[in-house]
Design a protein around this ligand. Structure first.
Ligand SMILES: Cc1cc2nc3c(=O)[nH]c(=O)nc-3n(C[C@H](O)[C@H](O)[C@H](O)COP(=O)(O)OP(=O)(O)OC[C@H]3O[C@@H](n4cnc5c(N)ncnc54)[C@H](O)[C@@H]3O)c2cc1C
Length: 381
């Protein structure tokens, strides 16, 4: 039997950063991760600290702007380098309707502190001379952050441990003991742990985990495949994504939303082929790799002969309204949930601190009530 103030379930960006914040605040924290640290979705993502693609409500704009600012000093705070850098982002515009929409978004984002502009095809071609822009009207342009997602995960894990947190990989939670609407024990195969509070930060697995405690939270997921190329001489200078990324993938059984991200080591990280599925898995498909490759070569014809070094797939979680899910779960008094941030890397340094305060029963500096699970029906099973 082992006793803690807080047990966090899930060793991705959310769980690790919240474990760091809690332990820094003097809270005795245990983190249980089913696989390797970061081995869920976090360490396998593209590493973009997105800026201009989020919802336009005031809270979302604030957490993106202030979260990005936190990154400027976070490597120093965590005592580890994770290749933080700034890079331009072009969001490709393929229709008049999108052109208009991004003009309107830019007019809101720029004065709010997230400078964004719409550029025409000539300007895009000048910035990315190797891109085939023939099917494009132009792009929305902004500056965003980039990092190495595995190093970022490990930076948080190591910093949390230095603050006294116990971080256990290969420790899958297999069940809970629940009495009088309280989780009284968290079970792994070989050990039973106790804590006053339990925080489920299990990404796409969140709903599966809370179900073991008898409550169902509305966390869904899509499955995304990505690939990395061999090293090539520099020929892509900015991150490139679709301006209608979410419309392109959501509600479709299968869709490709091409994203191209030049890496420091000369490779290209290319995302993503997305499948709607009820299976949580880490696999890839012939369809995914082929479809991404076709879109890549359409956009950059000179990459036709470039070799793919590795492919992978991971689930990404989202809620029905595509807003984060953060707060106490109705029906179980000591169960907190944090997941589906959407713009995750940018906001996690800030939101992890706010979540750590909430878990202790304190106020976060800005209310996150709009992200509370109470906005959905959370049925007891
Ligand atoms: C291809 C791809 C590219 C992406 N690119 C970006 C990007 O550039 N920028 C960005 O911000 N976001 C990106 N994302 C999304 C981002 O990766 C996720 O939002 C983020 O990783 C979620 O972090 P998390 O901590 O919530 O979940 P995870 O990292 O999935 O962590 C949850 C953990 O819970 C663990 N777990 C599950 N069940 C149990 C259990 N029973 N017991 C113990 N542990 C358990 C899992 O093993 C997992 O490690 C991308 C996603 C994909 C798939």
């Amino acid at each position: 039997m082992q006793n803690f103030d807080v047990i966090i379930i899930g060793g991705g960006f959310l769980g690790l950063s919240t474990a760091y914040q809690l332990s820094k605040m003097g809270v005795k924290t245990l983190l249980l991760e089913a696989g390797d640290i970061g081995g869920g979705t976090s360490a396998s993502c593209s590493g973009r600290a997105q800026t201009c693609e989020g919802h336009l409500d005031p809270l979302n704009i604030q957490i993106i702007r202030d979260g990005l600012a936190r990154h400027e000093t976070l490597e120093e705070e965590l005592g580890a380098r994770y290749d933080w850098r700034k890079i331009g982002l072009f969001l490709l515009i393929r229709s008049e309707e999108l052109w208009q929409r991004w003009q309107e978004r830019s007019a809101i984002l720029t004065p709010a502190g997230i400078p964004t502009e719409v550029v025409d095809r000539v300007a895009l071609q000048k910035a990315e001379p190797n891109m085939n822009t023939s099917h494009l009207l132009g792009a929305a342009y902004s500056v965003e952050g980039m990092l190495d997602p595995l190093k970022f995960s490990l930076a948080y894990a190591n910093a949390a441990q230095r603050q006294g947190a116990v971080i256990l990989g290969r420790s899958k939670v297999t069940g809970f003991e629940v009495k009088n609407h309280q989780i009284t024990a968290v079970k792994t195969k070989n050990t039973v742990y106790r804590a006053e509070k339990v925080a489920v930060m299990a990404g796409a697995w969140t709903s599966k985990v809370t179900r073991m405690a008898g409550v169902s939270v509305p966390v869904h997921f899509t499955h995304a495949e990505a690939l990395v190329t061999e090293r090539i001489p520099p020929m892509i200078y900015n991150n490139v994504e679709l301006a209608d990324f979410y419309e392109t993938i959501h509600g479709k059984a299968k869709a490709v939303a091409i994203g191209v991200h030049p890496q420091l080591n000369g490779t290209l990280d290319i995302s993503e082929a997305v499948t709607t599925t009820d299976q949580l898995h880490k696999g890839v498909s012939a369809w995914g790799v082929t479809s991404i490759s076709k879109e890549l070569v359409r956009l950059y014809p000179s990459l036709e002969k470039v070799r793919i070094v590795r492919t992978w797939g991971r689930p990404t979680s989202f809620t029905p309204d595509e807003e984060p899910l953060i707060g106490w779960v109705p029906g179980i008094d000591n169960l907190f949930v944090g997941t589906s941030l959407v713009i995750t890397i940018t906001t996690v340094p800030l939101l992890s601190e706010w979540m750590a305060l909430m878990i202790q029963g304190k106020q976060s500096p800005v209310s996150m009530d709009e992200y509370s699970p109470t906005r959905f029906a959370v049925p007891a099973l």
